[in-house]
Write a new protein. Sequence first.
Length: 294
Amino acid sequence: MEKTGLIVSVISEFCYVKEANNNVIYECKSKGLFRHHNQRPLVGDHVDFIVQNNEQGTITKIHPRKNELYRPKIANIDQTVIITSLQSPNFSSYLLNKFLAIIEYKGITPIIVFTKNDLLAQDDDLHHKYLKWYPQMGYQTFILSNNVPSPSEWDAFKATLINKISVFTGQTGSGKSTTINTLLEQNLIKTQEISKALGRGKHTTTNNKMYEISNGIVIDTPGFSSFDLREFTPEQLAISYHLFTENSRFCKFRHCLHLNEPHCKIKELVTTEIIPTFFYNDYCKIMSELTERK
C-alpha cells in the first residue's frame, strides 16, 4: 500500500517518515535507484513510500524540492531561525552575517532571535546598536528572554512558525535548546527524538531533529559550525544579502564584488549608513575567506 509523508529524521541508511495527515512514523529504506541518480533522501523531503510490514517501508519517490541546504542536509525550508546571544557567548556579527549570506542566497527567509538581552548593561551602546540595525535593514528580529519572558514577544514569535517549516540554529550556549523547550512548553528536547519514540537506537547531537509546533514543523540543527560556504563563489556572495540583491543593479559593473570597483552602489549605501559599516566589513571578511579558498 503506497502512502505519502514527510521525512522527519535520517539516521544511517534509515529514513523516518511521518505519514501525511496522521502521527504514524515509519522506518523506511530508500530504493537503490536514488543512489544511481546521486540523490539522497533528506530531512524535509516529501516522499511516496510503500508499507511492507508493521511500521516499516520503502521510499519509492522523492518529490521535487523547492530548496535545500548542503550542510546541514535539509530540504524544503520556509525560514531559518537564527538564535544568537548578546552575552555568554558574546555576540558575533561575523558569524551571524555569514549565516545570513548562506540562507538568503538560497531564497530562505531569515528570522533573527537575540537572547540574553537581560544580561546587557543599560549603557552597552554597541550591542543596543546591533539590536537597532538589523530591523532597520529589513530583517525580522525578536528579542527573547527565557529568564524574564515577555508573553507578547513570545506570542508574536510563535505566530511566525504557523504552517511553516522552520530550521533553528545557533551558537553553542546561545539558548537554542532552551528556546525550543519554551516553545514546546516542557522539556522535550531529550524525550521526543524520533529514534527514542520508535525504540530504535539513539540520536546524537549531529542529527537534525524535527518537532511540531504551532501547526508548523521545527527542525533543530547542531549549530553554526555545520554551515559552510564551500559551494559559494565570490559572485554569489556579492548578491546574497537582500540589500545587495536589490541594489547591485545600480553598480557600474555588472558583476561588481563591491570591493575596489568604482561607482559601486553598495559602497555608496555604506557611506550613507543605509548599510552599517560593521555589516559591510563582515562582508569583506567573508569575501576574503572565499577568495583564499579558490
